[in-house]
Ligand binder design. Sequence first.
Ligand code: CUA
Length: 149
Amino acid sequence: WISLGTASLAIFLIILGISAVHGGHTPAASGIETIHPEHIREDPRFSEPGLKEATEGDHDYDLYFIASAFMYEPGEVDIPAGSTVKIHVTSPDVVHGFQVVGTNINMMAEPGLISTYEMTFDEPGEHLIVCNEYCGVGHTDMTSKIKVV
Ligand code: CUA
């Protein structure tokens, strides 16, 4: 029975390996942009994270966030009501969460990758941003805020 279990595990890992490498089932291969975690601050988009007017695409603004232990940058951001915003999040250290309370936005912030989500903020109000991936001792203090004004 042990050799049967070992064999099925080996088959499973081989299938997983083949699908990841040849099937393109990796984040980078599915079109998610990569960024070197140590060089985030040198990237003009993330050197001053925050709201920037969009230069391409149908959305009005790009909003760049850095999620690190144990804070978000920016710690708070104002968004004009009615605008469509493409949010970009990455991490220089470990995996963090990026959940915007009261919206459908719930992403992972992963070192090496830029997660994105496009959203129109119609109603004025405040949205708390929380980390929902356990990232260390300061996990519960890791918050930011989107103010739709
Ligand atoms: Cu960052 Cu939990």
